[in-house]
Write a protein that binds this ligand. Structure first.
Ligand SMILES: Cc1cc2nc3c(=O)[nH]c(=O)nc-3n(C[C@H](O)[C@H](O)[C@H](O)COP(=O)(O)OP(=O)(O)OC[C@H]3O[C@@H](n4cnc5c(N)ncnc54)[C@H](O)[C@@H]3O)c2cc1C
Length: 463
């Protein structure tokens, strides 16, 4: 008869997380990880339901006033968890809990590459959290009870002393009729895999299509939204279509890529000179760029535009906007129009000072421009570190630091070998990168993220 102690449950969960990771081919296994987990746990419970229920509730509820809970193991949340663990190393009284619906950290800034080339863009969390005093919980937070200071996960309540909300963003369809039903999003690894499968399938099946107009319609790819992710995806796809042409014996002019942006120029948050350079490079790659045009309706195979024209295509990738999950609003917290938590200069919720928000889910204000900081990985990382330090300061009665975003640069990749961007230099100077040098810089930025994760976690991390 096994002894169902707290240690036993912890070992079981540890072992479950340590399923051997064998690279990208195990993607389906990973996509179903959570479902499997949810399926297995009740079965396990059935055997010793009462004992286990008591133990798990005890495990989750014990020391409730010592928990610092972080929702989301993306750029911001993971950074905050690792920094807090380091700061609280000598204070084992406090427990850092990190929750994510996936057992891996996604390098979201490279998702367009995964969608087109199936590159590896995820790192198993167990590799990052190994030997760290961070309690990882796999599951989706369904509710935040601000008054009772608990979060609800997998039908259990986890109490917190401090909470950091780092849940990133979701796709925003802006209620465009048919858009949610008939387009592909690019916000998660799961989305990238769906796009990859679809493109491969379209290329393969179009090769045997004899009717030219059907073949051309099949091979027309439309990207809705010319912001960072839309532009990066378009550039990557243009490189890939040559592979599609070569591998499946499709004529070069059968493939068409159209990028549609509602604003007057691409990547509107960047300086105008960058927008025009990006547009020029995309046109050189054979992409049709349409600006100042809105998608008004989408059906299964047609896209209706604001100038009354219609594009026939079954392949629409929607990168036109982001919004935040309703989770924050449902908790009764004050949010902006897109659902970001309104935070003060210390990244604390204005109405509930024990709740912080970072990254895409925070409406952090740049004190110089008085505008909200854009959704970008570099800001999520900076905010993750600051939130951890401010919680530490609050616990030990030290002075908290105000948030001041540092813009280190902006780099936009336009395919496998090309990128455009700039990097900040001392004395407010900038250095501009175009072409292959830019691409090297983009790779260096990704490697820096992995390097910092290694440094913070003191673990050797690989994809
Ligand atoms: C295609 C693409 C390209 C991009 N390129 C760039 C770029 O070049 N440079 C740049 O700076 N930015 C880029 N971005 C934006 C950047 O990726 C985001 O700003 C950044 O990921 C935000 O970090 P975050 O920590 O707020 O959230 P994320 O990194 O999105 O992490 C959120 C985490 O929360 C988890 N989660 C969400 N809800 C729940 C829940 N209810 N319960 C449990 N877990 C939950 C998710 O699983 C996820 O792991 C790009 C984005 C995309 C989609």
């Amino acid at each position: 008869m096994m002894n169902l102690t707290k240690e036993y449950i912890e070992d079981f969960l540890d072992e479950f997380m340590l399923i051997e990771y064998k690279g990208r081919d195990h993607i389906i296994a990973r996509a179903h990880f959570r479902e499997t987990f949810n399926e297995l746990i009740p079965k396990f419970f059935e055997r010793k339901e009462e004992v286990l229920q008591t133990n798990v509730t005890e495990l989750i509820n014990e020391n409730n006033l010592k928990n610092i809970v972080i929702i989301g193991a993306g750029y911001g949340g993971l950074t905050a968890a690792l920094r807090l663990e380091r700061l609280l190393k000598k204070h084992s009284f406090f427990k850092v809990h990190l929750i994510d619906k996936n057992p891996f950290h996604t390098i979201k800034t490279q998702l367009h590459e995964a969608a087109v080339r199936k590159t590896e863009v995820s790192i198993p969390l167990y590799k990052i959290l190994k030997n760290r005093n961070i309690q990882f919980q796999l599951g989706e937070v369904e509710n935040i009870d601000v008054e009772n200071k608990t979060v609800q996960i997998n039908d259990k309540l986890l109490p917190f002393l401090f909470l950091i909300i780092a849940i990133g963003s979701k796709v925003n369809y802006y209620n465009i009729p048919g858009m949610a039903e008939h387009s592909f999003a690019l916000q998660s690894l799961h989305d990238a895999d769906k796009i990859y499968e679809h493109i491969s399938n379209v290329c393969a099946t179009s090769a045997s299509e004899k009717d030219e107009s059907i073949r051309k319609n099949n091979l027309r790819f439309v990207i809705g939204g010319g912001g960072l992710s839309g532009v990066e995806f378009a550039g990557e796809l243009a490189d890939h279509t040559s592979k599609c042409v070569a591998n499946f014996n499709i004529a070069n002019n059968d493939v068409e890529i159209i990028l549609i942006e509602a604003a007057k120029r691409l990547v509107p948050f960047m300086e105008e000179s960058f927008s025009s350079r990006i547009e020029k490079k995309l046109i050189e790659k054979g992409i049709k760029v349409l600006t100042d045009l809105k998608i008004e309706q989408r059906t299964d195979d047609e896209i209706f535009l604001s100038n009354n024209s219609v594009i026939k295509s079954k392949n629409l990738i929607w990168t036109g906007g982001i919004r935040i999950s309703d989770l924050i609003k449902r908790g009764g917290l004050k949010t902006s129009t897109v659902g970001r938590l309104i935070v003060d200069e210390y990244l604390q919720s204005e109405s509930n000072k024990h709740i912080y928000a970072i990254g895409d889910s925070a409406n952090a204000i740049n004190p110089v421009t008085r505008k909200p900081v854009p959704a970008a990985a570099q800001f999520a990382l900076q905010q993750g570190r600051l939130a951890a330090e401010n919680i530490y300061a609050e616990i030990f009665g030290r002075v908290k630091k105000k948030y001041y975003p540092k813009v280190l640069g902006e780099v936009v990749s336009l395919g496998k070998h090309l990128a455009i961007g700039w990097l900040a230099l001392p004395f407010l100077k900038k250095i501009t990168f175009v072409g292959f040098l830019g691409r090297l810089l983009k790779t260096a930025i990704r490697e820096k993220h992995i390097f910092l994760l290694r440094k913070e976690s003191r673990n050797w991390i690989t994809y």
